[in-house]
Write a protein that binds this ligand. Structure first.
Ligand code: FAD
Length: 408
């Protein structure tokens, strides 16, 4: 087990500087354009693929970094560049983590490369769990997967919503109900391979922020996938369902479902994205406060402004520490006895919302215009308290973990 450290090693610093260079030179200059266009920034994803940032190898290297700091460091730098574009670059990772967490070695080897494509022909992937009537309440999911034993195929029907890269993905990972009696314990994850008949994109959402990231409904109508597309395989699913039925009979113990396993692994990473956006806005505000003069002196000369910047930086550093701790715990298999993963996501996302609002205020009228990036960062930051579990749901998870009670 790696010791917890608050300092990046030399190799990590090199990677961080390389990512920062890409974020500053390629992502940040393209941010306003793709925010306005509200489209997936394919050329930027392709640039990222060419230099090796958009690749399984890169993410695997960071994901398995024993210090746990690889992924948070990478997310912070990319999202410092721009949240919408960065989500277009890392969104595939959510689907990839779904396969890494639940798939067999063969499934990992077959599907993850097809999620990314290559630098000449980049592809993206989507993780589809949320539904119109199943957002925070994952257990009320209705998308159904029925096994056709004669053909060894699964048949999927339902409507997914809010899917990042939904409908434009080469590979979709879809969470569906296999045993409705078991609630969230009766869910399983499926790969829907490229060009599978019956899968289509529904509404594409026009959003408040992260507008360079594609978000859409995914409609599944008699989508047939081979038995081999069930993540983890049929034998493992049957064993898991049998255990869940036993526990249900005994009136018992909660078990994790497939979607929750994916969310748990990715929450500190979302916290790191929020840290990146917050840091970006704070830096713009600090520079502005030092140069903007009113009443014959820079506005930072007023405690009212300087103290805000002091608070902003303090919260950002505190958020990063929570994120790094949770990420180190996840990588080293430490038990989250106080829901430290949820804590990191909760604090970092609330920090991003607050800090970006403060940055708008410090820039005054300029902060409210699209001439300055803090307006976009403020819109972008609002997503962090919503996706991958809202702030209220994080508080619920933390409170339940601390109390051992099923607080509602
Ligand atoms: C841009 C974007 C990208 C997304 N990407 C994906 C993706 O790739 N894949 C995917 O599967 N999903 C994705 N999501 C979905 C996201 O995870 C959900 O929006 C989120 O889980 C909240 O669900 P909901 O929107 O249905 O809100 P609801 O669950 O309806 O919640 C509405 C409000 O009620 C509150 N609330 C609900 N229950 C409780 C409770 N028990 N106690 C206190 N408050 C409560 C919530 O906190 C929230 O404030 C994305 C969403 C967005 C907006």
């Amino acid at each position: 087990m790696a010791e917890f450290t608050m300092e990046l090693n030399d190799e990590q610093k090199e990677v961080r500087d390389w990512l920062h260079g890409f974020a500053a030179d390629v992502i940040r200059p393209a941010a306003a354009e793709w925010d306005e266009r509200e489209e997936t920034p394919w050329p930027v994803i392709q640039e990222a693929a060419k230099v090796g940032i958009y690749s399984l190898d890169f993410y695997a290297q960071q994901y398995f970094d024993p210090t746990g700091l690889g992924i948070p460091m990478a997310m912070e730098e990319l999202f410092w560049g721009d949240a919408g574009i960065a989500l277009s670059i890392v969104g595939t990772g959510l689907a990839a983590v779904g396969v890494l967490a639940n798939g067999t070695e063969e499934q990992i080897g077959t599907w993850i490369p097809q999620m990314y494509g290559d630098a000449n022909d980049v592809k993206v992937a989507a993780f589809c769990s949320s539904e119109p009537d199943a957002g925070s309440d994952v257990a009320s999911m209705r998308t159904r997967a029925v096994y056709d034993e004669a053909k060894d195929e699964w048949v999927l029907n339902g409507t997914k919503t809010w899917a990042t890269n939904g409908g434009i993905a080469n590979v979709h990972v879809v969470v569906a109900v296999v045993d409705p009696e078991l609630g969230s314990k009766g869910h399983a994850s499926f790969i829907v391979p490229p060009n599978t008949p019956g899968l289509s994109q529904g509404q594409k959402f026009k959003k408040h922020g992260i507008r360079a990231s594609h978000t859409a409904e995914v409609v599944l109508e008699d989508v047939r996938v081979p038995g081999s597309c069930l993540l983890g395989g049929k034998e493992k699913l049957d064993e898991r369902l049998a255990r869940a039925r036993e526990r249900a009979k005994a009136g018992g113990e909660r078990v994790k479902n497939a979607a929750m396993a994916t969310f748990e692994a990715s929450r500190p990473a979302v916290g790191a994205m929020a840290v990146g956006t917050a840091r970006a806005a704070y830096e713009v505000a600090l520079d502005y406060a030092k140069t903007r003069e009113q009443f014959g002196r820079p506005i930072i000369d007023n405690q009212g402004v300087a103290f805000q910047l002091a608070d902003m930086r303090t919260s950002i550093d505190a958020a990063r520490l929570l994120v790094w701790r949770a990420s180190w715990m996840a990588v080293n298999g430490k038990q989250f006895t106080a829901a430290e993963g949820s804590m990191s996501k909760l604090f970092a996302s609330e920090t991003a919302k607050k800090v970006t609002a403060q940055a708008v205020q410090i820039l005054g009228g300029n902060g409210y215009t699209r001439e300055y990036p803090v307006e976009r960062m403020h819109r972008d930051a609002a997503i962090y308290t919503i996706f991958e579990g809202t702030s209220e749901i994080q508080r619920l998870v933390i409170a339940r973990t601390l109390s051992g009670m099923s607080i509602r």
